[in-house]
Design a protein. Structure first.
Length: 255
């Protein structure tokens, strides 16, 4: 086992954004069960810290998203949280902190590439958060989490994009051009309106949708356009590029 040499952790603590009072907690956060099995000392494992860090992480992310996205429904917040605390994303966060350099593994696990394994890195990150929580409390742990995940949370990573967003993203990426939406029919009494919306590229209608609101009709049109987009491939657009708008999607004021 490595010794708790304060200088050994100076650079890491600076990157993490937390100065440990109890370095033994930090040391333990990097001890994988494979090394514990070799040493036959179950008290050294980081699994209990991982358990704690998982809960602190979940609470912090949920609180942050709740405040950052006040108009998002519960389902969308849940999608974002699910991705942000996933093993895949936490492994990315662990890599930002270079946790693999400090991970203590048994010989077999290390020889098989354990320091690069997604699951081990994600678990280690949670254990570090658990150690920060025990060492400094929730506010300190929250500060570390926001420092490491803040940009990802503000961007809403993991959010399920609606049809219009997906269509615009695809068109901009491939064509450097934007779709146009226009209302072609509006009927019914004020309390029960009905709308038909078309989405166009150049002068060609690629999708039409209907609904009880402009938003519903626009989403339905974009869904149809996406299907046409993928069915035709990526060369059909060339005759239309000259007439496609290059900036700003023509928006319909949605109710």
């Amino acid at each position: 086992m490595p010794s708790t040499d304060p200088k050994r952790w100076d650079s890491f603590c600076d990157t993490l954004g937390h100065e440990f009072t109890d370095l033994e907690l930090l040391e333990r956060a990097f001890v994988h069960e494979s090394l514990v099995n070799e040493l036959q000392d179950s008290s050294l494992s980081n699994e209990r810290l991982e358990f704690l860090g998982d809960s602190v992480l979940g609470l912090t992310v949920a609180e942050f998203l709740y405040k950052e996205f006040p108009d998002e429904p519960e389902g969308q917040l849940a999608q974002m949280k699910s991705y942000l605390v996933s093993r895949k994303h936490l492994a990315v966060c662990a890599d930002r902190l270079k946790l693999g350099r400090h991970l203590q593994l048994g010989k077999g696990e290390e020889n098989s590439g354990g320091k690069r394994r997604e699951s081990l890195l994600a678990n280690c990150f949670e254990a570090v958060l658990g150690a920060v929580f025990l060492d400094g409390g929730y506010n300190k742990a929250r500060r570390v989490i926001v420092k490491v995940l803040g940009d990802d949370m503000r961007r809403g990573l993991g959010a399920v994009k609606d049809e219009k967003s997906r269509l615009q993203e695809k068109v901009q990426t491939v064509f450097q051009a934007l779709p146009i939406y226009q209302i072609v029919e509006e009927s019914g009494p004020a309390h029960d309106r009905f709308f038909v919306v078309e989405v166009l590229f150049g002068d060609e209608v690629l999708g039409q949708g209907s609904g009880r609101s402009k938003r519903e009709a626009s989403q339905a049109a974009a869904k149809v356009a996406l299907k046409v987009f993928y069915q035709r491939g990526e060369r059909w657009y060339e005759p239309y590029l000259g007439s496609l708008p290059r900036s700003g999607v023509q928006q319909i004021e949605e109710d």
